[in-house]
Design a protein around this ligand. Structure first.
Ligand SMILES: [Zn+2]
Length: 481
């Protein structure tokens, strides 16, 4: 695979069907000369780029080596082969789903996805047909008769029992499988309707339901993230200049307010800080410690303050969290008291006591989620009226943020290299189960300490076993009586 520069069309790529939900523009393109993602229609090398058909909102981010190893483990498990070769740039793009699903971009197209199944607590692999050009599955496949090939390949017909030549051992109903012709060429992917043993006995009926797909170009090739920075130089400069101008304009309109950057230890607040530093020089970092931050996050906050020689306004809200926990139990999706208790209230009081009123630059971006799309760029939270908030990187994608951080060699939080893509409280009830199960796996001590506290509160307050085992996250449970 390495260094090959052939171009072919992958048939039957998954349809980009969610367009109706979304009116933003997918910014992610690909340069087939540089083999890098580009956030504009032209690469810095001069080549015209082509759009990458990711599902909206399309906020793709670089896959770090741990992400790549994780995806390869999942594909190895289902197909006996890894998906992602060395040297190619890989991006991950979150897809709206019941829990957690991510599209995998390589060679300028979506080569597959991974999805967390909360019921089974496992990740499943969802390859696209183009993945059959990268790996030759050792398991998780069916082979079909020549007569069936055109119908499956061109029309997306299902694999029926009479057309089945062979099925790999160990396939169970519901598995995502590759559909191969007799020459072992991949002609599609689909969901197995039955297991291997039953499939071999059937004379009629559906064996695999083929996915509806559309075509897209795929051109693998090696590159580095530094190549991607170079390729995106004009767009990064444009985006940065626009954001710097925005910051200066907000300051101009509010000359009397003390300026701060709300700093969480996340990538978006780091990029925001870089923009603000260029626009107006050093400003204090405003940080809230909920007592539920990862140690790596606290370390990053200190490191950034030191690197850029910035005063750190450190608001300690850990006591508030545990006081409310004692009274109300853990925060849940329906009752996220933590945000008000640990963030909004302490910030409001701190500003009132020390400044009266301040201006805070915040790393909020509209591509983060559909709900953030319509948020204004300058606002006041109704709980914290003495804080004027402004979002300099509102229109940036995650890839803008990362390339800008790479370009500036800025000290980003090491947690991103540990398969986390959002930095916040480790037990946030709003996190996907896929993320929480990863944290449980990687931070067993942190997690079991939290579980113990939930369990103690749950038993003292007559909560069910299901509530203690994770139901707390969901919603307020009606009391049994
Ligand atoms: Zn290029």
């Amino acid at each position: 695979m390495k260094g090959k520069t052939y171009l072919f069309i992958a048939h039957n790529l998954h349809s980009v069907a969610m367009g109706g939900l979304y009116h933003g523009r997918i910014m992610l393109h690909w340069c087939d000369t540089c083999h890098v993602p580009v956030l504009s229609a032209t690469c810095a090398c001069g080549a015209t780029t082509r759009p990458v058909p990711v599902t909206p909102p399309g906020d793709a981010r670089p896959a770090f080596p741990a992400d790549i190893a994780f995806i390869n483990r999942i594909y190895q498990h289902f197909y006996g082969e890894t998906l992602l070769p060395e040297g190619n740039l890989v991006l991950l793009s979150k897809v709206p789903d019941d829990d957690r699903m991510e599209e995998i971009v390589m060679g300028g197209t979506v080569v597959g996805a991974i999805r967390f199944l909360p019921g089974k607590k496992i990740w499943e692999a969802l390859p696209r047909p183009v993945a059959g050009n990268i790996l030759q599955p050792k398991k998780g496949y069916v082979i079909v008769d020549d007569g069936a090939v055109p119908f499956i390949e061109k029309e997306g017909s299902s694999v029926l029992a009479p057309g089945l030549v062979a099925i790999a051992d160990g396939v169970i109903a519901g598995d995502e499988v590759f559909i191969l012709d007799r020459d072992l060429r991949c002609i599609g992917v689909g969901r197995a309707r039955t297991d291997s043993i039953t499939a071999r006995t059937l004379t009629r009926g559906q064996i695999v339901k083929t996915r509806k797909n559309v075509s897209s170009s795929f051109l693998p090739g090696t590159a580095t993230w530094n190549d991607a920075v170079v390729a995106n130089e004009p767009e990064l400069t444009r985006a940065k200049n626009a954001s710097v101008a925005f910051v200066r304009n907000v300051i101009l309109k509010n000359p009397d307010l003390v300026k701060t950057v709300s700093f969480s230890g996340g990538k978006d607040s780091l990029a925001t800080l870089l923009v603000v530093l260029e626009a107006c020089g050093p400003v204090p970092l405003l940080t809230i410690d909920t007592g539920l931050e990862f140690p790596e996050t606290l370390e990053n906050i200190r490191m950034v303050a030191e690197r850029y020689q910035l005063p750190l306004i450190w608001i300690d809200a850990a006591r508030e969290f545990w006081n409310t926990f004692h009274e109300q139990g853990p925060p849940s999706i329906d009752n996220r008291w933590c945000c008000r208790v640990c963030k909004l209230d302490p910030v409001r009081e701190y500003i009132r006591d020390h400044y009266g009123e301040i201006l805070s630059f915040i790393g909020q971006r509209k591509y983060e989620s559909f709900s953030r799309m319509k948020n204004p760029r300058v606002w006041r939270n109704s709980y914290v009226k003495n804080q004027l908030c402004a979002a300099p990187i509102h229109t940036w994608t995650a890839l803008h943020v990362w390339l800008f951080i790479f370009k500036n060699s800025a000290p980003y939080n090491i947690l991103y290299e540990n398969r986390l893509d959002r930095i916040g409280c480790y037990m946030c009830p709003a996190s996907d189960m896929g993320v929480l199960s990863g944290i449980e796996e990687q931070y067993p001590a942190l997690w079991s300490e939290w579980e113990k506290k939930v369990e103690n509160w749950g038993s003292a307050n007559e909560k069910s076993e299901a509530w203690i085992k994770g139901g707390w996250r969901k919603k307020v449970e009606r009391s049994p009586e």
